[in-house]
Design a protein around this ligand. Structure first.
Ligand SMILES: [Zn+2]
Length: 395
Protein backbone atom coordinates (compact mmCIF):
# COMPACT_ATOMS: atom_id res chain seq x y z
CA UNK A 1 0.00 0.00 0.00
CA UNK A 2 1.37 3.32 -1.04
CA UNK A 3 0.37 6.62 0.50
CA UNK A 4 0.33 7.08 4.25
CA UNK A 5 -2.48 9.62 4.06
CA UNK A 6 -4.58 7.27 1.91
CA UNK A 7 -7.38 7.25 4.46
CA UNK A 8 -8.08 10.94 3.96
CA UNK A 9 -7.63 11.24 0.17
CA UNK A 10 -9.31 8.09 -1.14
CA UNK A 11 -13.00 8.24 -2.08
CA UNK A 12 -15.59 6.68 0.21
CA UNK A 13 -17.70 3.74 -0.95
CA UNK A 14 -21.48 3.96 -1.12
CA UNK A 15 -23.69 1.35 0.57
CA UNK A 16 -24.33 -0.18 -2.84
CA UNK A 17 -20.60 -0.44 -3.52
CA UNK A 18 -19.97 -1.98 -0.12
CA UNK A 19 -22.55 -4.66 -0.95
CA UNK A 20 -21.36 -5.23 -4.51
CA UNK A 21 -17.67 -5.49 -3.71
CA UNK A 22 -18.09 -7.69 -0.62
CA UNK A 23 -16.00 -10.52 -2.11
CA UNK A 24 -13.11 -8.08 -2.57
CA UNK A 25 -13.48 -6.56 0.88
CA UNK A 26 -13.00 -9.91 2.61
CA UNK A 27 -9.68 -10.51 0.80
CA UNK A 28 -7.10 -9.54 3.44
CA UNK A 29 -4.62 -8.19 0.82
CA UNK A 30 -7.33 -6.12 -0.78
CA UNK A 31 -9.80 -4.95 1.83
CA UNK A 32 -11.58 -1.63 1.97
CA UNK A 33 -8.46 0.32 1.11
CA UNK A 34 -7.80 -1.72 -2.05
CA UNK A 35 -11.37 -1.12 -3.17
CA UNK A 36 -11.08 2.60 -2.50
CA UNK A 37 -7.83 2.68 -4.48
CA UNK A 38 -9.62 1.10 -7.43
CA UNK A 39 -12.37 3.70 -7.18
CA UNK A 40 -9.75 6.44 -7.15
CA UNK A 41 -7.96 4.88 -10.14
CA UNK A 42 -8.33 5.27 -13.87
CA UNK A 43 -7.48 3.02 -16.83
CA UNK A 44 -7.35 3.77 -20.55
CA UNK A 45 -8.19 0.84 -22.84
CA UNK A 46 -6.74 1.27 -26.29
CA UNK A 47 -9.03 -0.86 -28.43
CA UNK A 48 -12.43 -2.29 -27.51
CA UNK A 49 -11.98 -5.49 -29.51
CA UNK A 50 -10.90 -9.00 -28.55
CA UNK A 51 -8.64 -7.93 -25.68
CA UNK A 52 -10.50 -4.73 -24.81
CA UNK A 53 -13.86 -6.47 -24.26
CA UNK A 54 -12.87 -8.71 -21.34
CA UNK A 55 -10.64 -6.05 -19.78
CA UNK A 56 -13.43 -3.47 -20.02
CA UNK A 57 -15.99 -5.77 -18.42
CA UNK A 58 -13.75 -7.01 -15.62
CA UNK A 59 -12.34 -3.59 -14.76
CA UNK A 60 -15.82 -2.07 -14.61
CA UNK A 61 -17.07 -4.99 -12.54
CA UNK A 62 -14.05 -4.78 -10.21
CA UNK A 63 -14.83 -1.17 -9.38
CA UNK A 64 -12.25 0.90 -11.25
CA UNK A 65 -13.54 4.46 -10.85
CA UNK A 66 -12.86 5.83 -14.32
CA UNK A 67 -12.32 3.89 -17.54
CA UNK A 68 -11.56 5.39 -20.94
CA UNK A 69 -12.28 3.51 -24.16
CA UNK A 70 -10.42 4.41 -27.35
CA UNK A 71 -11.93 2.95 -30.52
CA UNK A 72 -13.42 4.38 -33.69
CA UNK A 73 -14.77 1.09 -35.06
CA UNK A 74 -18.35 -0.10 -35.09
CA UNK A 75 -19.53 -3.55 -34.06
CA UNK A 76 -19.59 -6.07 -36.91
CA UNK A 77 -20.90 -9.62 -36.99
CA UNK A 78 -17.39 -11.08 -37.44
CA UNK A 79 -16.40 -9.48 -34.09
CA UNK A 80 -18.82 -11.59 -32.07
CA UNK A 81 -16.66 -14.74 -32.19
CA UNK A 82 -14.48 -13.18 -29.46
CA UNK A 83 -15.56 -9.60 -28.61
CA UNK A 84 -17.96 -10.59 -25.87
CA UNK A 85 -18.94 -7.13 -24.64
CA UNK A 86 -20.79 -6.62 -27.93
CA UNK A 87 -23.70 -8.58 -29.37
CA UNK A 88 -26.32 -8.79 -32.10
CA UNK A 89 -28.27 -6.08 -30.31
CA UNK A 90 -25.37 -3.63 -30.80
CA UNK A 91 -24.38 -4.43 -34.42
CA UNK A 92 -23.54 -1.21 -36.24
CA UNK A 93 -23.12 0.76 -33.00
CA UNK A 94 -19.80 2.34 -32.04
CA UNK A 95 -17.79 -0.25 -30.13
CA UNK A 96 -17.22 2.23 -27.30
CA UNK A 97 -21.00 2.78 -27.08
CA UNK A 98 -21.70 -0.94 -27.07
CA UNK A 99 -19.07 -1.72 -24.41
CA UNK A 100 -19.96 1.30 -22.25
CA UNK A 101 -23.60 0.23 -22.00
CA UNK A 102 -22.61 -3.22 -20.73
CA UNK A 103 -20.02 -1.73 -18.33
CA UNK A 104 -22.54 0.69 -16.84
CA UNK A 105 -24.91 -2.22 -16.31
CA UNK A 106 -22.20 -4.00 -14.31
CA UNK A 107 -21.14 -0.93 -12.35
CA UNK A 108 -23.35 2.17 -12.51
CA UNK A 109 -20.86 4.06 -10.32
CA UNK A 110 -17.98 3.80 -12.81
CA UNK A 111 -17.31 6.79 -15.05
CA UNK A 112 -16.96 5.48 -18.60
CA UNK A 113 -15.32 7.91 -21.00
CA UNK A 114 -15.71 7.21 -24.71
CA UNK A 115 -13.05 8.39 -27.15
CA UNK A 116 -14.42 7.52 -30.60
CA UNK A 117 -11.10 7.98 -32.35
CA UNK A 118 -8.13 5.86 -33.29
CA UNK A 119 -4.97 6.58 -31.34
CA UNK A 120 -2.67 8.82 -33.41
CA UNK A 121 0.59 10.65 -32.86
CA UNK A 122 -1.52 13.82 -32.46
CA UNK A 123 -3.91 12.59 -29.75
CA UNK A 124 -1.94 9.85 -27.93
CA UNK A 125 -0.19 12.01 -25.33
CA UNK A 126 -3.30 13.99 -24.47
CA UNK A 127 -5.42 10.85 -24.04
CA UNK A 128 -2.88 8.78 -22.13
CA UNK A 129 -1.90 11.63 -19.79
CA UNK A 130 -5.41 11.58 -18.28
CA UNK A 131 -5.17 8.01 -16.92
CA UNK A 132 -3.10 6.06 -14.35
CA UNK A 133 -2.72 2.83 -16.30
CA UNK A 134 -2.90 2.04 -20.03
CA UNK A 135 -4.02 -1.29 -21.47
CA UNK A 136 -2.80 -2.03 -24.96
CA UNK A 137 -5.49 -4.07 -26.67
CA UNK A 138 -4.50 -3.18 -30.22
CA UNK A 139 -3.95 -5.63 -33.02
CA UNK A 140 -1.57 -3.61 -35.16
CA UNK A 141 2.06 -2.61 -34.87
CA UNK A 142 1.83 1.15 -35.57
CA UNK A 143 -0.61 1.64 -32.65
CA UNK A 144 1.37 -0.69 -30.40
CA UNK A 145 4.51 1.43 -30.87
CA UNK A 146 2.52 4.62 -30.39
CA UNK A 147 1.11 3.34 -27.07
CA UNK A 148 4.59 2.28 -25.97
CA UNK A 149 6.31 5.55 -26.83
CA UNK A 150 3.59 7.73 -25.30
CA UNK A 151 3.61 5.66 -22.08
CA UNK A 152 7.41 5.87 -21.83
CA UNK A 153 7.33 9.63 -22.42
CA UNK A 154 4.62 10.17 -19.82
CA UNK A 155 5.91 7.60 -17.30
CA UNK A 156 2.75 5.46 -17.39
CA UNK A 157 2.57 1.67 -17.02
CA UNK A 158 1.50 -0.09 -20.23
CA UNK A 159 -0.19 -3.46 -19.79
CA UNK A 160 0.61 -5.19 -23.04
CA UNK A 161 -1.29 -8.14 -24.49
CA UNK A 162 -0.87 -9.86 -27.83
CA UNK A 163 -2.85 -12.70 -29.42
CA UNK A 164 -2.53 -14.66 -32.64
CA UNK A 165 -3.91 -18.06 -33.65
CA UNK A 166 -3.62 -20.07 -30.39
CA UNK A 167 -0.79 -18.11 -28.76
CA UNK A 168 -0.81 -15.17 -26.40
CA UNK A 169 1.67 -12.86 -24.70
CA UNK A 170 1.42 -10.54 -21.75
CA UNK A 171 3.76 -8.12 -20.03
CA UNK A 172 3.74 -4.85 -18.13
CA UNK A 173 6.02 -2.30 -19.72
CA UNK A 174 6.96 0.36 -17.22
CA UNK A 175 10.10 2.12 -18.35
CA UNK A 176 10.58 3.72 -14.92
CA UNK A 177 11.46 0.32 -13.44
CA UNK A 178 11.85 -2.11 -16.37
CA UNK A 179 12.04 -2.51 -20.13
CA UNK A 180 9.66 -1.05 -22.70
CA UNK A 181 8.31 -2.71 -25.85
CA UNK A 182 11.06 -1.14 -27.96
CA UNK A 183 13.74 -2.63 -25.67
CA UNK A 184 12.58 -5.97 -27.11
CA UNK A 185 11.58 -4.93 -30.61
CA UNK A 186 13.25 -1.62 -31.57
CA UNK A 187 11.42 -1.45 -34.93
CA UNK A 188 8.31 -3.13 -36.36
CA UNK A 189 8.89 -6.34 -38.34
CA UNK A 190 8.44 -6.32 -42.12
CA UNK A 191 4.78 -6.71 -43.05
CA UNK A 192 5.29 -10.25 -44.37
CA UNK A 193 6.34 -11.36 -40.89
CA UNK A 194 3.57 -9.49 -39.11
CA UNK A 195 0.30 -11.29 -39.79
CA UNK A 196 -2.77 -9.95 -38.03
CA UNK A 197 -5.74 -11.89 -36.69
CA UNK A 198 -7.98 -11.18 -39.68
CA UNK A 199 -5.39 -12.88 -41.88
CA UNK A 200 -3.97 -15.58 -39.63
CA UNK A 201 -6.99 -16.24 -37.43
CA UNK A 202 -7.40 -16.33 -33.67
CA UNK A 203 -9.14 -18.76 -31.36
CA UNK A 204 -12.08 -16.78 -29.95
CA UNK A 205 -11.36 -17.71 -26.32
CA UNK A 206 -7.70 -16.64 -26.54
CA UNK A 207 -8.19 -12.86 -26.12
CA UNK A 208 -10.48 -13.73 -23.20
CA UNK A 209 -7.56 -15.48 -21.49
CA UNK A 210 -5.03 -12.73 -22.17
CA UNK A 211 -7.52 -9.87 -21.62
CA UNK A 212 -8.51 -11.24 -18.22
CA UNK A 213 -4.81 -11.36 -17.29
CA UNK A 214 -4.35 -7.76 -18.47
CA UNK A 215 -7.25 -6.74 -16.23
CA UNK A 216 -5.58 -8.59 -13.34
CA UNK A 217 -2.35 -6.63 -13.89
CA UNK A 218 -4.24 -3.33 -14.04
CA UNK A 219 -6.00 -4.09 -10.74
CA UNK A 220 -2.64 -4.95 -9.15
CA UNK A 221 -1.05 -1.75 -10.42
CA UNK A 222 -3.92 0.41 -9.14
CA UNK A 223 -4.10 -1.22 -5.72
CA UNK A 224 -0.40 -1.92 -5.23
CA UNK A 225 -0.95 -5.60 -4.36
CA UNK A 226 1.15 -8.46 -5.72
CA UNK A 227 4.06 -8.29 -8.15
CA UNK A 228 3.31 -6.83 -11.59
CA UNK A 229 4.71 -8.45 -14.76
CA UNK A 230 7.41 -5.80 -15.11
CA UNK A 231 10.56 -7.21 -16.73
CA UNK A 232 8.81 -10.48 -17.54
CA UNK A 233 6.80 -11.77 -20.49
CA UNK A 234 4.15 -14.42 -20.13
CA UNK A 235 3.97 -16.71 -23.16
CA UNK A 236 0.75 -18.71 -23.41
CA UNK A 237 0.30 -21.68 -25.74
CA UNK A 238 -3.37 -22.53 -25.94
CA UNK A 239 -2.88 -25.82 -27.82
CA UNK A 240 -0.49 -27.29 -25.24
CA UNK A 241 -2.08 -25.24 -22.49
CA UNK A 242 1.26 -24.08 -21.20
CA UNK A 243 2.24 -20.82 -19.53
CA UNK A 244 5.92 -19.86 -19.65
CA UNK A 245 7.58 -16.77 -18.27
CA UNK A 246 10.55 -15.18 -19.97
CA UNK A 247 12.77 -12.62 -18.23
CA UNK A 248 13.12 -9.37 -20.14
CA UNK A 249 16.06 -7.01 -19.82
CA UNK A 250 16.09 -3.28 -20.30
CA UNK A 251 18.05 -2.35 -23.42
CA UNK A 252 20.55 0.40 -22.55
CA UNK A 253 20.47 1.48 -26.20
CA UNK A 254 16.69 1.35 -26.55
CA UNK A 255 15.59 3.88 -29.21
CA UNK A 256 12.82 5.01 -26.85
CA UNK A 257 13.32 4.53 -23.11
CA UNK A 258 17.08 5.23 -23.07
CA UNK A 259 16.28 8.82 -24.06
CA UNK A 260 15.20 11.64 -21.77
CA UNK A 261 11.44 12.09 -21.92
CA UNK A 262 11.65 15.42 -23.75
CA UNK A 263 13.54 13.77 -26.62
CA UNK A 264 10.91 11.09 -27.24
CA UNK A 265 8.94 12.16 -30.31
CA UNK A 266 5.82 10.24 -31.28
CA UNK A 267 5.65 9.06 -34.85
CA UNK A 268 3.46 6.58 -36.65
CA UNK A 269 5.55 3.63 -37.74
CA UNK A 270 5.16 2.76 -41.41
CA UNK A 271 4.93 -0.95 -42.00
CA UNK A 272 7.28 -1.74 -44.83
CA UNK A 273 7.86 -4.80 -46.95
CA UNK A 274 11.26 -6.46 -46.70
CA UNK A 275 10.72 -7.56 -50.28
CA UNK A 276 10.44 -4.84 -52.92
CA UNK A 277 6.94 -3.93 -54.03
CA UNK A 278 6.06 -5.04 -57.53
CA UNK A 279 3.10 -4.18 -59.69
CA UNK A 280 1.01 -1.07 -59.22
CA UNK A 281 -1.58 0.05 -56.70
CA UNK A 282 -5.21 0.81 -57.41
CA UNK A 283 -7.51 2.60 -54.95
CA UNK A 284 -11.04 1.35 -54.22
CA UNK A 285 -12.41 4.42 -56.05
CA UNK A 286 -10.32 3.72 -59.14
CA UNK A 287 -11.32 0.06 -59.12
CA UNK A 288 -15.00 1.01 -58.85
CA UNK A 289 -14.62 3.30 -61.85
CA UNK A 290 -12.88 0.59 -63.86
CA UNK A 291 -15.56 -1.97 -62.98
CA UNK A 292 -18.28 0.52 -63.93
CA UNK A 293 -16.57 1.14 -67.27
CA UNK A 294 -16.66 -2.64 -67.80
CA UNK A 295 -12.95 -2.74 -68.55
CA UNK A 296 -11.41 -5.99 -69.71
CA UNK A 297 -9.62 -7.19 -66.59
CA UNK A 298 -9.76 -9.79 -63.86
CA UNK A 299 -10.34 -9.14 -60.16
CA UNK A 300 -8.72 -11.80 -57.99
CA UNK A 301 -9.59 -12.43 -54.32
CA UNK A 302 -6.74 -14.29 -52.57
CA UNK A 303 -8.33 -14.37 -49.12
CA UNK A 304 -9.38 -17.58 -47.33
CA UNK A 305 -12.79 -19.20 -48.01
CA UNK A 306 -14.11 -18.18 -44.57
CA UNK A 307 -13.37 -14.54 -45.41
CA UNK A 308 -15.28 -14.83 -48.69
CA UNK A 309 -18.41 -15.56 -46.66
CA UNK A 310 -18.21 -12.03 -45.26
CA UNK A 311 -18.54 -10.54 -48.75
CA UNK A 312 -16.44 -10.17 -51.90
CA UNK A 313 -16.05 -7.67 -54.71
CA UNK A 314 -18.74 -8.52 -57.31
CA UNK A 315 -17.40 -10.70 -60.12
CA UNK A 316 -14.11 -11.47 -58.40
CA UNK A 317 -12.42 -14.80 -59.05
CA UNK A 318 -11.53 -16.53 -55.79
CA UNK A 319 -8.24 -18.37 -55.39
CA UNK A 320 -6.95 -18.48 -51.80
CA UNK A 321 -3.30 -17.43 -51.54
CA UNK A 322 -2.04 -20.85 -50.35
CA UNK A 323 -3.70 -22.52 -53.36
CA UNK A 324 -2.32 -19.89 -55.73
CA UNK A 325 1.19 -20.23 -54.33
CA UNK A 326 1.07 -24.04 -54.50
CA UNK A 327 0.13 -23.78 -58.18
CA UNK A 328 2.97 -21.32 -58.79
CA UNK A 329 5.45 -23.56 -56.98
CA UNK A 330 4.55 -26.51 -59.17
CA UNK A 331 5.01 -24.37 -62.27
CA UNK A 332 8.42 -23.21 -61.05
CA UNK A 333 9.58 -26.62 -59.85
CA UNK A 334 8.27 -28.77 -62.65
CA UNK A 335 8.32 -26.17 -65.36
CA UNK A 336 4.77 -26.98 -66.37
CA UNK A 337 1.20 -26.20 -65.50
CA UNK A 338 -0.48 -29.09 -63.66
CA UNK A 339 -3.66 -30.49 -65.22
CA UNK A 340 -6.53 -28.10 -64.53
CA UNK A 341 -4.22 -25.84 -62.55
CA UNK A 342 -5.53 -22.58 -61.18
CA UNK A 343 -3.04 -20.49 -63.18
CA UNK A 344 -4.80 -21.48 -66.39
CA UNK A 345 -7.69 -19.27 -65.22
CA UNK A 346 -5.45 -16.21 -64.91
CA UNK A 347 -4.89 -14.44 -68.24
CA UNK A 348 -1.41 -13.12 -68.98
CA UNK A 349 -2.56 -10.45 -71.43
CA UNK A 350 -5.01 -8.54 -69.20
CA UNK A 351 -4.81 -6.48 -66.05
CA UNK A 352 -5.31 -8.51 -62.87
CA UNK A 353 -6.42 -6.63 -59.77
CA UNK A 354 -5.45 -8.66 -56.72
CA UNK A 355 -6.93 -8.08 -53.28
CA UNK A 356 -6.95 -9.55 -49.79
CA UNK A 357 -8.30 -8.09 -46.55
CA UNK A 358 -5.68 -5.40 -45.93
CA UNK A 359 -3.41 -5.41 -49.01
CA UNK A 360 -0.50 -7.39 -47.55
CA UNK A 361 -1.22 -10.93 -48.70
CA UNK A 362 -2.23 -9.62 -52.14
CA UNK A 363 1.10 -7.83 -52.40
CA UNK A 364 2.89 -11.12 -51.69
CA UNK A 365 0.61 -12.90 -54.21
CA UNK A 366 1.63 -10.36 -56.86
CA UNK A 367 5.31 -11.09 -56.20
CA UNK A 368 4.59 -14.80 -56.67
CA UNK A 369 2.75 -14.12 -59.95
CA UNK A 370 5.70 -12.12 -61.23
CA UNK A 371 7.98 -15.02 -60.28
CA UNK A 372 5.70 -17.25 -62.37
CA UNK A 373 6.27 -15.02 -65.39
CA UNK A 374 3.34 -12.59 -65.19
CA UNK A 375 4.08 -9.09 -66.46
CA UNK A 376 4.21 -6.65 -63.50
CA UNK A 377 2.68 -3.99 -65.76
CA UNK A 378 -0.56 -6.01 -65.73
CA UNK A 379 -0.66 -6.56 -61.97
CA UNK A 380 -2.42 -4.21 -59.56
CA UNK A 381 -2.78 -4.40 -55.79
CA UNK A 382 -6.01 -3.05 -54.28
CA UNK A 383 -4.80 -0.45 -51.79
CA UNK A 384 -5.61 -1.48 -48.20
CA UNK A 385 -7.65 -4.38 -49.52
CA UNK A 386 -11.26 -5.39 -49.01
CA UNK A 387 -11.41 -3.49 -45.69
CA UNK A 388 -10.89 -0.20 -47.51
CA UNK A 389 -13.23 -1.25 -50.34
CA UNK A 390 -16.05 -1.96 -47.89
CA UNK A 391 -15.38 1.14 -45.78
CA UNK A 392 -15.61 3.28 -48.88
CA UNK A 393 -18.84 1.57 -49.91
CA UNK A 394 -20.38 2.48 -46.56
CA UNK A 395 -19.58 6.18 -46.87
ZN1 LIG B 1 12.97 0.63 -24.01
Amino acid sequence: MRAVDAETTLPQLSDGELRRFGRHLILPEFGLEGQRRLKAGSVLLVGTGGLGCPTALYLAAAGVGRIGLVDADVVEETNLQRQVAHGYSTLGLAKTESAAARMRDLNPDAVIEQHKVFLTEENALDLIARYDVVIDGTDNFPTRYLVNDACVKLGKPNVFGGVLRFDGQLSVFDARRGPCYRCLFPEPPPVELAPNCSEAGVLGVLPGVIGALQATEAVKLLTGIGTPMVGRMLVYDGLDLSFNTVELAKNPNCPCCSKPSAEIVLRTEQMVCAAPTVGRTVSPTELRARLKADERMLVLDVRNPDEWLGGTIPGAMRIAKPELEAAIRSVLEEGRQPEGGVLAALPRDQDIIVYCQSGMRSSAAIRSLVAAGYDPAHLFNLDRGFSAWRKEAEQ
